[in-house]
Design a binder for this molecule. Sequence first.
Ligand SMILES: [Mn+2]
Length: 601
Amino acid sequence: VNSLSTDIGARLDALRAYLVQHQLDALIIPRADEYLGEYVPEHNERLRWATGFAGSAGMAVILPDTAAIFVDGRYTQQVREQVPPEHFEYLHLIEQPPIDWLAGRLAMGQRIGADARTFTASWWRRAEQQLRNSGLQLIALETNPVDSNWDNRPLPTPTVASLHPERYTGRSAAAKRADIAESLTSRGVDAALVFAADSVAWLLNIRGQDVPHLPVVLGFAVIHADQRVALFTDPAKIPADFAEHCGGRVTVQAEHEADAYFATLADLTVLVDPDTSNAWSVRRLEQAGARCIDGSDPCLLPKACKNAVEIAGIRDAHIRDAVAEVRFLHWLDTEVAAGRLHNEGILSDQLEQFRAMSPLFCDTSFDTISASGPNAAMAHYRHSDTDPAPVLADTVYLFDSGAQYPDGTTDITRTVAIGTPTAEQQRMFTLVLKGHIALDQARFPAGTTGNQLDPFARQFLWQQGFDYDHGTGHGVGCYLSVHEGPQRIGKVASPALLPGMVVSNEPGYYKPNAYGIRCENLVLVVECEPNAEADKPLLGFDALTLVPFDTRLIDWALMTREDAQWLNRYHERVRNTLSPLLEGDVLSWLEAATEAQPIPA
Ligand SMILES: [Mn+2]
């Protein structure tokens, strides 16, 4: 029994004492914190404190005499390495959901405690109903059981937010408040809870450094139909000229003051998005006498449909990012040719250094995936979770990375040959690339949804009996979240794609224990010139990412004339755009990498 096991044991004792004190029969501790974002700041890593588990999703359930940790398929190995088996049973989050497991173990009338701040309102409603059906009670705790027992808990770092200028946003915070207020009036509500931190950042044109990769200020807001906004965050993070920046009518209060503020909303009709708001705020609003109406976050669509200024910035950001990617690809080829294969960590660091050469580079937009050979077969592999593996010869290397710039967010995956890849790898790469090309070239009438377009990218894999177990595309924000909704392309239902939306085009193929392939560009939804008789506006995609695909991985027997023509046109555009920004060996590399390929007969 090591010291981690001793620590976890002592923490479990403290949590079990909390159970007794509060007459509870079980406690649920999720990985999410009160902001429900993709990234959790150090001081809110409660699941890690309680269990040792450091993955990005999971949940622990603690009973007086037993405890279990639930993780999804990405983390079945990691949970065994990090969580002591003498304290926790390992269970599958999807196949054996915690609520089902609890319902099967507890007796009628027993009470399950959880901090309603750390769950979405929709999760809470479903869990409450399901537990009630089994005669069990879900109790919203007044205090967080981890916080009250966490010795030496890290302090939040109150970095001052930056006021994001209109030259990047294209629209002032005052104008956005007016737009959203008008949409509230037309929906017949008095106010809306804007809970998602990226929506708050978009609405008020502010950016922060509270969590890695996602430049938001942690907090939430209420916007009224008369354009007033109340922002709840640590006031120490808000610069003095914030009110002026917003055009007035915006107040800033500490988060603990939200409860008193909600009480002033009694009798008002308040729009809440149960999928992004925490259960605590929705319950408090209801208890205060507000009439809560379910609906999607009013900032979601206007944030997703980028304006002309944002689009221009996003294009610039992608050119800057492509310069870094091309410098990296040239460096990688040179190193491999000299017999220096390095390891996945060194490659990832080198790529980041090329990005950081730009004075506008703010951060990576997520943890880089740098994966050689069999590691690339794990779609969410992180070389930093263990010792980075050496890059292997005569296989493919996959890297998925992106950056945050003040004018845009990038996300790109390229798969490249290291030495001589196998004929099978070339075949599979080509099927993936053909899917990427087919989706890029798709034309569709307004109203077409992401799930309807998803098979465009899968068709060539499907025809041979292959597929990939992830979505084809996710929405991307503008100097905001690299995973933005509501736009997406995947098998599950999603809303219609609208002009100005940015979405990824990233089909892949993964052969377990062998290799992985993914071809990812970000694309912009654009209006195309329709034929004269078209019934509806015609939409399509325009690639934002401008980095060559590795032609050494193409099986030309599988490429049609149209595929080859697309590739040549794309490479010509990459060359014309980037050539003026590069010189010497890197420029020569780019010219060779984008050379026109013979068109198949
Ligand atoms: Mn992506």
